[in-house]
Design a protein around this ligand. Structure first.
Ligand SMILES: Cc1ncc(COP(=O)(O)O)c(C=O)c1O
Length: 435
């Protein structure tokens, strides 16, 4: 175990001294807002959840005026960075025309046309507001089409916070490997319908189907496991899932809420060249506005089209979110993804080099514009391998980063955007080397 000293205590004291307005805002917020944050994960931020006033490209500014290079990018949506001009203009123009109609408008078919062009499996799309909602539509559709109640998910994969899917997401070490779903929090319905397998492990998938013959409606997965370590599929694994689903009469659903518009314009399915039956998108497709998308083959989407499967929502197809999506999609060119890939590689290599130089054991996994730093020596392949990471040391590194003006997520994930130029990456590496 290494003993590099990031001087976290001294740095935390300095961060606290430089962020009094964030602390005051957090204390005020806790009086009336449950937990003082709007989603549970944000509470884990150290030394306390920071409050921000503005974002601009690759940079974010807190309420004390401190500027940070931002690798959190709102947990993924900001593929073009903060407040990109094209999205600002489109949303501002739409704001003046009305916020929502609860009825049809031209941006719906304009966005749908662009999405069907970009996403390989999309003959048709349907809109909602969050990733959690759209995953529910996909699973409902799979149950309807197959007449089966169960679905297969992988340990460590996250598909939103609904009771049906919030199971076996980062289970403790002693729960790993169980095919019985493990709820994450209290109050969840005891029956989720999930059967759990291990990522990149063909035998566990085969065992799940053998244990429930004719019972599994769908296999759902993040095509790259972004939520538990940015773990890509092993060679041939997605193809194996495709073949298994077809052979078993189940649907293959890619949850592309993170990989969509991030690995490639067409998401993980385009990047890895494997075609799912259905795919769900959120985060980057709205470029920061609340939008989610179900994409799929005509023969499945027709069940939504004719109303046999219910898909509803007051704010579905919201003009502000669709204005953002249409503007953003036009900026997402193949050249951008090549650049993001190059930058991601340079940043990963630079971070690995700088940390190893200090004696910190580190490996990185991921692709292009989303990758993960693991403070461990072995490259993880599935969720349970990530448990070997030295999370305490990573926390100290994060505090040192924060003190030097670089913001990254607590779980080790790093996001890049179109606004992160080479100069920003070089500046980041200079700061990391100087820690
Ligand atoms: C792969 C994946 N699916 C679904 C969701 C849920 O999306 P939302 O937070 O928009 O409900 C997330 C959120 O992080 C996600 O990463």
């Amino acid at each position: 175990m290494n003993n590099y000293d990031f001087q976290a205590e001294a740095r935390e004291a300095r961060v606290r001294a430089n962020t009094p307005s964030s602390l005051a805002a957090y204390e005020r917020s806790q009086k009336n807002l449950a937990g003082g944050v709007s989603t549970a994960l944000r509470r884990s931020a150290k030394p306390y959840p920071m409050f921000y006033g503005s974002g601009d490209g690759a940079w974010i500014t807190d309420v004390d005026g401190n500027r940070f290079i931002d690798y959190t990018l709102a947990w993924g949506p900001l593929i073009l960075g903060h407040a990109p001009a094209a999205v600002n203009e489109a949303v501002a123009a739409q704001l003046l025309k009305g916020h929502t109609f609860g009825a049809q408008h031209a941006l719906e078919y304009e966005a749908a046309e662009l999405l069907c062009k970009a996403i390989p499996c999309a003959d048709k799309v349907a809109f909602a507001n969050s990733g959690t909602e759209i995953v529910q539509v996909a699973l409902r559709l799979a149950r309807a089409v197959t007449g089966r109640a169960l679905y297969l998910k992988f340990e460590g994969h996250y598909h939103g916070w609904d009771d049906s899917v919030l199971v076996s997401y980062k289970p403790a070490a002693d729960g790993c490997g169980s095919m019985s779903p493990i709820p994450v929090g209290m109050g969840q319905r005891p029956w989720s319908g999930a059967v759990v397998a291990r990522w990149n492990d063909r035998a566990s998938v085969a065992a799940a189907f053998a244990a429930h013959p004719g019972g599994i409606s769908a296999i759902i997965c993040e095509p790259m496991l972004c939520n538990s370590g940015c773990l890509p599929p092993l060679e041939g694994f997605l193809e194996f899932l495709r073949e298994t689903a077809t052979a078993e009469g189940a649907l293959l659903i890619f949850d592309e809420v993170i990989t969509g518009f991030r690995l490639a314009l067409g998401g993980g399915q385009a990047y890895y060249g494997v075609m799912p039956d259905l795919a769900t998108f959120a985060k980057a497709c709205g470029a920061g506005l609340p939008l989610s998308v179900l994409a799929g083959r005509d023969d499945y989407m027709s069940w939504i089209a004719d109303g046999r499967v219910v898909h509803a929502g007051t704010l579905n197809g919201n003009p502000l979110a669709l204005a953002a999506a249409v503007a953003s999609l036009q900026c997402l060119t193949p050249e951008l993804y090549e650049r993001l890939d190059r930058l991601g590689r340079a940043l990963r290599a630079g971070l690995e080099g700088a940390l190893r130089e200090k004696g910190v054991p580190v490996v990185t996994t991921g692709e292009g514009a989303v990758f993960q730093l693991h403070f461990q020596t072995e490259t993880p392949r599935e969720y349970r391998d990530t448990l070997a990471a030295d999370k305490g040391l990573y926390g100290e590194f994060l505090m040192a980063l924060l003190d030097s003006g670089v913001l990254a997520l607590p779980d080790g994930r790093w996001y890049l955007s179109a606004a992160h130029g080479e100069d920003v990456v070089e500046e980041t590496l200079r700061r990391v080397e100087a820690l």
